[in-house]
Design a protein around this ligand. Structure first.
Ligand SMILES: Cc1cc2nc3c(=O)[nH]c(=O)nc-3n(C[C@H](O)[C@H](O)[C@H](O)COP(=O)(O)OP(=O)(O)OC[C@H]3O[C@@H](n4cnc5c(N)ncnc54)[C@H](O)[C@@H]3O)c2cc1C
Length: 478
């Protein structure tokens, strides 16, 4: 594509800001349209309600952000974010038992969302090439079925409407994007949509971590076991940038959710292991309970439309949003921004450029989509309105294979390495079907099953727990 003169990004969230940074490399001018005021410090805002809940940025996404903004990882870590090496710095009860803490392979950045967003946004806007139209609401797209030429917006305070012209519009307006509606107003056929909804809900509180336990203590993760064929309950205790623990309890449909302060600890006791409850029972809660019921996997297929208008692409949650338990949304958005960058750099024929860009962006959300959706269909009560044949056919055989892998990964270092590469979106999901991996599944040495969380005596001392209180897991193991 010839380089755009003016690019407009709809939405100034995580995906929108990364897309704006990419556009700033190629377009003469870039405008971000955002309904909120974007805070000039780490602060919650209305348009990012998920920001009150646990977020991890996987290494694949962190590397892309670093390549777009060199030095930003160091900035985050210096300001207090945690780099959690998988699985050395993490104690996890997986569906198949306690995970051995193998040497580091991939990592995740852990900190609050307002902190992450602000540092990244600050770096992006410091470049001085991007204009942000805050308190400005997107109304609809301007153009026709062959080309989008801009966007109509409304000033939230004055109510004044205006048309902004652009030769490339990027929809990054999140799960609530009205793209399908906007395109049907331009007489385009509906974009196909798949939804897989396990009824995920999150309940989150922040606690003061015990002295010394913010740095020297691992992140904790207690997962449900889908093989029990009952609604799933999960819990995590993740260190944050300011010496606190963010504790999120989450559930699939039918498993209830603690919605008040009184219910939080008792609910934590109902997880498959009491570790989360034991950790929070003696520390001070600093916030009330925040709730989110936004967690369905939802994906659009714009690349399937016979005709896709020039001058338009969609990415981030507006294109594909996932069950947040897998922690893939921000990394998928980063991968989409990188795909957009590659396409703009490659250039090529003007006609069909937006279609090519969209195909490249859509391709990189396929792995996180199928990983989350194919797992979620296993939960009882999951609702599905999806045509993806990988979700509707051969589910039993697929699940049996993924159970075999999960069982092996908790006890085999080599298998765990490959699985961690895939889960972190560093390696493609197809790696799990490679002959190299299949031979690892048969050959690698397997360690004994762990019967209690793999915490060292020093770590237990930091949180005042004894090994004897930690044995035993509810339900199936192995
Ligand atoms: C509870 C929860 C936990 C999560 N945990 C993780 C995690 O651990 N790791 C991870 O990678 N991902 C996680 N996610 C997903 C992650 O939050 C999203 O993938 C990510 O924020 C998507 O960014 P986005 O920019 O596409 O959308 P959003 O963050 O929703 O941004 C959209 C922006 O568009 C603006 N906007 C919307 N409509 C308009 C309009 N009409 N006019 C003007 N502006 C508009 C909004 O104000 C907002 O700023 C989680 C999600 C949830 C719900």
């Amino acid at each position: 594509m010839t380089q755009p003169k003016h690019g407009i990004v709809l939405g100034g969230g995580w995906a929108g800001m990364l897309a704006a940074q990419v556009l700033a490399r190629h377009a003469q001018t870039v405008t971000v349209v955002e309904r909120d005021v974007l805070p000039d410090e780490p602060r919650h805002r209305k348009g990012s309600p998920q920001g009150r809940h646990v977020h991890v940025l996987w290494s694949s996404g962190a590397r892309i952000v670093e390549s777009l903004l060199p030095g930003v990882t160091e900035r985050l870590l210096k300001a207090g974010a945690h780099k959690i090496n998988f699985h050395q710095d993490l104690v996890t009860l997986t569906s198949h038992g306690w995970q051995h803490r193998f040497p580091p392979r991939q990592y995740a950045i852990m900190c609050t969302r307002p902190f992450l967003d602000w540092h990244v946004r600050d770096e992006i806007l410091a470049g001085g090439r991007i204009t942000v139209r805050q308190r400005t609401e997107i109304l609809d797209l301007v153009g026709d079925r062959t080309r989008i030429s801009g966007v109509r917006v409304r000033d939230v305070d004055s109510g004044a409407t205006q048309t902004l012209d652009a030769d490339l519009v990027v929809d990054a307006s999140g799960r609530g994007s009205r793209l399908r509606h906007w395109l049907s107003a331009l007489d385009l056929p509906p974009i196909e949509e798949d939804i897989v909804d396990a009824g995920i809900a999150y309940s989150t509180r922040i606690y003061q971590a015990p002295p010394g336990a913010t740095d020297g203590f691992p992140a904790i993760n207690v997962a449900a076991d889908h093989r029990l064929r009952e609604p799933g309950r999960f819990g995590v205790v993740y260190p944050q940038e300011d010496g606190t623990w963010m504790v999120t309890l989450s559930s699939t449909r039918g498993a209830g959710l603690p919605t008040s302060e009184d219910e939080f600890l008792p609910y934590a006791r109902t997880l498959r292991h009491p570790l989360v409850a034991d950790l929070i029972s003696t520390v001070e809660p600093l916030t009330p309970v925040a709730i989110s019921r936004v967690g369905a996997n939802r994906r659009l297929y714009p690349e399937r439309l016979e005709q896709w208008p020039q001058g338009l692409v969609v990415l981030g949650d507006a294109l594909a949003a996932f069950n947040p338990i897998y922690g893939h949304g921000m990394s998928a958005a980063a991968r989409s921004a990188a795909a957009l960058d590659e396409q703009l750099t490659a250039g090529g024929d003007e006609s069909g450029a937006a279609r090519r860009m969209q195909a490249a962006i859509s391709a990189v959300v396929d792995d996180p989509w199928i990983m989350a959706a194919s797992k979620d269909v296993e939960y009882v009560g999951c609702r599905m309105n999806a045509k993806d044949p990988r979700l509707t056919g051969g589910a039993t055989a697929r699940q049996r294979f993924s159970d075999l892998i999960a069982d092996r990964a908790v006890r085999s270092s080599a298998v765990c390495d490959v699985v961690t590469d895939v889960i972190s979106l560093t390696a493609p999901q197809s790696e799990l079907a490679s002959s190299r991996f299949l031979s690892l599944m048969h050959q690698d040495r397997v360690l004994p099953e762990l019967t209690a969380p793999p915490l060292t005596p020093d770590e237990l001392a930091l949180v005042d727990l004894s090994p004897s209180s930690l044995a035993g897991v509810k339900g199936l193991t192995g």
